[in-house]
Write a protein that binds this ligand. Structure first.
Ligand code: FAD
Length: 369
């Protein structure tokens, strides 16, 4: 029997044929079947953007892990961009602006609570004046200004600071909210680990690779590596402003259910277990910035591996085997700032998918659609 629509499905290792029979049996002939591999913030937002932008398509998200077990779930989700050295700044600014505008609209809607998106104000502080006193994203966030001498008195070890209001996007709420949108627009969610992207041929016409660190193997990409991040989630409801040391190593981010204290940046470290020494250091650094945190309670430790790459990969590749072809749009490598740019990069990935679908639909001697 045909499974009920909108049901989450787990298929065995070689069952894409069965999946195809069940779900695509009645599709119009020119429906493009698109698989998105990965269910972190990048995969799910890409699936939503494809459903909105690509006409006559069916979208299936395939992943071995879902919320709350992805790297995206560990992130505090502050919208403060990190710089990708190999990506032009105007591109990074465009991605950040598109993401900010998208989330700002959600924060101002009745959906804000369900989606886990809200505004938060605070300070980024520096122990020496940075070369760039006004960063490239200053006119995207709200009310950006230099901190006054009086404000800086709160941070006696720091000589310069920036005050602004930004957004916080909490993935343990945002990812289920995105999943609901995917299912609501007729998409499918499958639990499965992919060993080789070619497994998805010929069941799908276009594959989008949003597997983050998994791309080391799936795309054979040695440029991507983990940057380990450990954080503490604590109860300290009196902390209402974010505080971020300009080095990015120490931060205090208040959220809806806890305050996130960070952090660590350990390159090439794959260890997902919390380290007690890391936790002691984080707490001590954060207490130095905000002494009231000495009274924080219910401390929980979390670890995530940032999918770091010098430049994010947003690119189409045509896989070919035995005369058969499979277009793959790669969309991964968001490193330390994926939440901050995810919607902008997802829109760009959806445009690449649209081009692939258009090429498949264009009459040509070997076109299949
Ligand atoms: C401690 C910490 C704090 C952070 N704080 C912030 C912040 O405040 N602001 C910000 O902008 N960013 C922050 N980040 C960065 C942010 O979390 C990442 O950039 C972002 O989550 C990357 O999203 P992703 O979807 O690419 O990866 P992931 O969330 O890792 O998702 C990858 C998905 O691919 C799936 N997958 C992988 N391999 C396979 C396979 N072979 N088969 C099937 N599925 C596969 C996984 O199961 C998963 O679902 C932080 C990160 C950490 C660790």
């Amino acid at each position: 029997t045909r499974p009920a629509k909108h049901r989450e499905t787990s298929f065995g290792a070689r069952d894409f044929g069965a999946f195809q029979d069940c779900f695509f049996r009645d599709r119009p002939m020119d429906t493009a079947r698109i698989a998105v591999v990965g269910a972190g913030v990048v995969g799910l937002s890409t699936a939503v953007c494809i459903s909105k932008l690509v006409p006559r398509c069916s979208v299936t998200v395939i992943s071995d892990k879902f919320t709350p077990d992805t790297t995206s779930d560990v992130a505090a989700g502050m919208l403060i961009p990190h710089t990708y050295p190999d990506t032009p700044i105007h591109k990074q600014k465009q991605w950040f602006r598109e993401t900010f505008n998208h989330l700002f609209a959600i924060a101002n809607s009745a959906e804000a609570g369900d989606a886990g998106v809200h505004l938060v104000s605070g300070w980024q502080i520096f122990q020496s004046t940075p070369t760039e006193e006004v960063p490239f994203w200053a006119d995207v966030v709200l009310g950006f200004r230099k901190m006054t001498e009086a404000e800086l008195k709160k941070f006696p070890q720091h000589v310069f600071g920036q005050a602004f209001t930004t957004l916080k996007c909490e993935c343990p709420a945002y990812l289920p909210w995105l999943q609901k949108r995917i299912k609501g627009s007729g998409g499918w969610i499958l639990t499965r680990r992919i060993e080789d992207l070619w497994e998805l041929h010929p069941s799908f016409d276009v594959v989008v690779n949003c597997s983050g660190l998994g791309s080391r193997e799936l795309a054979g990409d040695s440029k991507i590596f983990p940057v380990r991040g450990q954080v503490l989630q604590v109860q300290a409801p009196w902390v209402e402003h974010f505080i971020r040391d300009g080095s990015g190593l120490t931060y205090i981010y208040p959220g809806t259910s806890h305050v996130t204290l960070g952090g660590t940046r350990q390159k090439g470290d794959w260890n997902l277990s919390p380290d007690a020494e890391n936790s002691r250091e984080i707490l001590s650094r954060c207490c130095a910035l905000e002494p009231s945190l000495h009274r924080a309670c219910n401390i929980r430790e979390k670890v995530g591996l940032r999918p770091y790459r010098p430049g994010l990969r947003l690119q189409t590749e045509l896989l070919a085997r035995d005369g058969q072809r499979l277009p793959v749009v790669h969309h991964y490598g968001h490193g330390s700032g994926g939440i901050s740019v995810h919607w902008g990069t997802a829109l760009e990935a959806a445009r690449l998918v649209s081009e692939c679908v258009h090429a498949l639909r264009t009459p040509a001697p070997k076109s299949k659609l």
